[in-house]
Design a protein around this ligand. Structure first.
Ligand code: 5AD
Length: 360
């Protein structure tokens, strides 16, 4: 469709990956969805941008889509983030924790289906001490030595991160949420700080984890300048994974009355991230799948190369309610995965059974 997309993609990528004069102007115009013409290339539509990002994604990762089995181990959380449905002040929520055997059985189901990465995600639940987490991680590691264990358990101490790594954790997802101090503070209560968030990310990296950062798009008070600041922060951090999804309101939070983020802007950010971080693992997020029936496919076509279907027990999925209308990809059956494979194939990609490590 776009004959010159490869050549233009390379040119655009070069501009975006170097500290050139026009870099910031161009990023801004892309985020604002404006047509432009500079440095011998022009961009007149989002579709062109997505095609360029897709070209770069195919250069690095071909048509492969990696799947990660998401296990939501607890919806208890000591934090009170204004946007999140599992915040501690949401008294209406039915809270749960999975025990070790349940988590292992989720992994077994996942392994049979072809998953080679398990993501243990949860609220910041003090119940999951280092001892308890390390026991769970080493059991998974023992039983599935050919799988990667990804953790997404929020802010912990450097010592804790070290122990989780020693037990067998290899990747850690901790979205930075907002690099800008002012915005970060408007999204979180006083006891949370962007400094600590960033510190945790650097400590994780130091420990040896492959690190995932990321943001919501369209969170209340967020501007294009904030997103540009987020990109700058990630350039400094050099994340292996980047999670980007639209903000979705949750009625039982202080942000319950705000509208959901835009899918188009989310896709532009995904495409930009693919061009600036060609090797990154970028999921087509659940939030994107939740905002539109074709969100998942559109994320892939804009440069995403990872999908994280839910392997949690079916009766927990509704309870892990971080926002309203959250999509629950029904992967409890092999049929669920077959349907997902079909969607991915129709978009022009291929789900693989692979540990799916970052290519550097
Ligand atoms: N809408 C979209 N994403 C959300 N998250 C939390 N609450 C919401 C929401 N209301 C995201 C945060 C967090 C990740 C697990 O989910 O970015 O890091």
């Amino acid at each position: 469709m776009f004959d010159h997309s490869r050549q233009d993609a390379d040119k655009l990528q070069k501009i975006l990956s170097e500290k050139g004069k026009y870099k910031n102007d161009i990023i801004r115009m892309i985020l604002e969805g404006k047509a432009w013409d500079r440095e011998g290339i022009s961009l007149s539509s989002d579709d062109q941008l997505f095609a360029m990002a897709d070209g770069i994604r195919r250069e690095v990762y071909g048509d492969e889509v990696y799947i990660r089995g998401l296990i939501e181990i607890t919806n208890f959380c000591r934090n009170d983030c204004y946007y999140c449905g599992i915040r501690k002040s949401n008294r209406g929520l039915d809270r749960y924790r999975l025990d070790k055997e349940t988590i292992l059985s989720c992994c077994r189901t996942g392994y049979e289906l072809g998953f080679r990465t398990f993501v243990l995600q949860g609220g910041e639940d003090p119940f999951f001490t280092d001892d308890i987490m390390c026991d769970i991680i080493s059991r998974i590691h023992e039983e599935f030595p050919d799988c990667a264990i990804t953790l997404s358990l929020g802010e912990r101490s450097a010592e804790s991160y070290r122990r989780l790594f020693e037990a067998g954790g290899r990747r850690y997802l901790l979205r930075h949420e907002a690099a800008d101090e002012g915005l970060y503070r408007r999204l979180h209560p006083e006891e949370m700080s962007p400094e600590n968030r960033k510190k945790c990310l650097y400590e994780l990296k130091e420990t040896g984890f492959q690190v995932g950062a990321g943001i919501m798009i369209g969170a209340p008070f967020q501007t294009i300048d904030h997103i540009m600041e987020d990109i700058r922060f990630m350039e400094e951090l050099g994340p292996d994974m980047i999670g980007v999804g639209p903000f979705m309101h949750h009625e039982d939070t202080p942000f319950g009355q705000y509208s959901d983020g835009s899918m188009e802007l989310t896709l532009r950010v995904i495409a930009l991230c693919r061009m600036i971080f060609p090797h990154a693992l970028i999921p087509s997020t659940t939030a994107l799948a939740s905002i539109s029936p074709n969100g998942r496919a559109r994320g892939l076509k804009a440069g995403a190369n990872v999908i994280m279907p839910n392997l949690s027990p079916a009766d927990c999925r509704d309870k892990y309610s971080i926002y309203n209308n959250k999509a629950a990809t029904g992967l409890e059956s092999a049929q669920g995965l077959e349907n997902l494979k079909k969607t991915v194939a129709e978009a022009g990609y291929r789900i693989v059974t692979d540990i799916g490590d970052v290519k550097r």
